[in-house]
Structures are given as structure tokens and as C-alpha cells.
Write a protein of this length. Sequence first.
Length: 425
Amino acid sequence: MSWSPGQHAILLGLALVLALRLASGWALLPATLVLWVALLLGAGLVDALFRRRAGSPAVRAEREPAVAPAAALSPLHDPPPRADVLREPASAGREWRRHVADLEPFHNERFPRADICATHEMFLRAGDVLLLRFHPDARGESGAPAHWPCDLCAPAPGGRRWFDAGSLDEIRIAIERTGVYSLGIGQDAPGASAAAGSIGIWLAVPAPDALSLPLEPEDGATCRYERDGEGGVVVRIDGEHPLQTRARLPSREVANVPCGAVLLFADVADAWDAAGVGDPSIDWLAQYRHLYRWYLQLSQGDVLVLEQAWQADVFGRRLPRDDGAVGFTDARLRLYGFVRGPHLYDGGVADGRHVFTCGADGFHCLELELHGPPEWRARPATDFVDLRLWGPFLQRPQAVRDFDLRQGRVEDWYRMQMPVPRELA
């Protein structure tokens, strides 16, 4: 019980009055204190009695309005375990998955191999698991599960295996050897389902770090230089797909060019090695096709940033040609290994900055291809795009332009301006 100073003063004054009536002289002070303590205890006892009576259920019922009782849940006869005490076992069957593609079968197609209407190439690694499932657009009248045949061509000596991808359970194909795999979709044959749909392709990887690894095979070709009987330079292509033993590292957009990057090429300040040339493989479009090429020598592991800003209002217009066809003005930018790839970058009219990594030593070509009217041949490339190529990290910066440019021949097909090692120049 808490008392205010005013209440204490009242009790003390009442005790003093009573002490004056009962005692005098030196006995007045002790009598006052005794009476004050007695009054204090009596007041506390009275408060306690009133508080107990006010808190009883009968009194509360008289003073408080009636309240409806709260709804109560029925008791649990067999209580389930609480979620906070459950522990998931280490081998619960969870795995890291990545969606690869959805392929639709093409009816009555016979490409690229017998009984196959479509293929999808992937660079897979040992330990991966390929997951296939058929997703029909609608079930048949009988309600039977739909399915579609597929095959998988593995690197030698794996060979070719057939699978029947169904709509109920997914097929799990364990990858035992690293390399390029070709998944084929079968024909609309008697062994295939009549339902239309698509084949869903997923990849299960052993660790989350593998989700970001590239899956696109790196195609291309290696080339070697030699001299012909007349002393000229000839480039021989050794193979069209020798680099499919590894995956292509995808380019990605970046917000800014690194501060320590070295400027390799800027079309405003630098001249193209070859400009205004037509593609000799399609001479009938030479007057509408305008090419600009700039060569450089890269090393495996070099990191590059390609920066581009397009004059977008120039492209997309109708372009009537002399052969009676109607096309549209368009543009394309590539950075690829000389002569047949691989492509480090291959994109259309889109502003941005892209960073990529070179996967092999050798000569490379930055190529701007414009498709437009013949009068574009007299216009500089800066009328269409502003380009800059940066080198944030170069293994051999002194070798980027350490070569000679001269006319040479690619196989027995055509002649072109090309980079040539200095020992052959």
C-alpha cells in the first residue's frame, strides 16, 4: 500500500490531537508516535478488506457487463510433433536443380538425324543428372498418360540411347563422362504419343556452385597458316568443332567499365582494319551488306568489356532490293576467333556493356555488320554505332596488335584482308 505525504500528515495530526488529550510534558512525543503507527496500521487493514471484497467474482459480476465466453478448440487426442522440434535428415532427397530448356516436337521432320525432329546440345559434367519429362498440352479422351520418345547421344564411347519421356514420372539420366551431349526429340511415329506438348529439360547438380556453370558448348575451329606455291599466305581450317570439349563462358552485362581497363579500340578514334567490304560467300547481297573488321590477338584468360551505343532510329526501316525481295535495315556485332569462331560475343542493336573471358589463344576479329542501302557504304561506322573495346585484364598486352595485315586466302574459297604472324609476313 502506498501513502502520499498528505495522508501521512493527516494521520500525524490526528495522532497529535489524541496525544494532547491523553498526555502532557515529555510523554507527549512518544504518545504521538505510538498513536500515528496505530492509525497507519488501522487504515491499511481497512484498505485490504475493501480490496478483497471488490476483487471477488460476485462483486465483479455485479459491476462488470456480461461477456460471451471465448470459443475453445476441441482437445487433441493425438497431438502431432511441433515444427520446432523436427529435424530434417541429411539424406532427405533434396537436390539443386536448374531449368535448361523446353523443346517442342516437330511433326514429320527428319533433321538432324534419322527418327529425330529436333536436338538440343549441352555441355554436361560428370556427376550431373539430366531430368526429362513430357508436358502435354491436353490429355487424350481416354485420360491415358502422354509420352514422347527421346534419344541422347553421349561423347564417344558413350553412343546413343533411347528414352521414353512420360508425363507422370521424370526420367533421370546420370552423366558419367564430361563432354557435349545431344538430346534428340523423336518423330511423331507409332511409338510416340499423339498428344501435343513439350519436353521439359532440367539439370540436377551436386552442389549449388554448379548452378552457374555454363552449359552452351563452345563451337569453333582452329586454323593454321602456310604458304602456297606462289608464296602467298593460306589459312587452313583444321576442324569445325574441335573446341566442344569445354563450355562457352557466357557474357554478362556490367554497370561500368573497370577503372584500370586499357582502351583497345574506339571506332571514333581508330580506323577499322577492313571497312566497306562485302561478304564473298553471298555476293548477290554485297551491295546491301557492309562489313567493318578489326583484328586483335588474345590469350586464354583475357577479360574484355565491349561498350556500345547504337543509333537505334536508323534500323528497322523497309529496304526494297534489286532482286524483288523486301528486307529491313539491321545490324549485328560480333567478336569471334579467326576464322570460324568461337564467338565471344554475338548481338544485335542493343546498348550496353558486356564483359566476357577469352577461352583460347589466337587471333580474334571484332566485326560490325550492317544491312542497309548501298549508299551506306560511303558513311562512316560512327553514323550507326559508337563502339569501345576495353581490356580490364590481359595476359600479354604487348601482343594484342603484334601481327601484320595482308591479303591472304582462306582454304580455296576466297581472299580477304587478314592478320598474319610476323614470321610469315
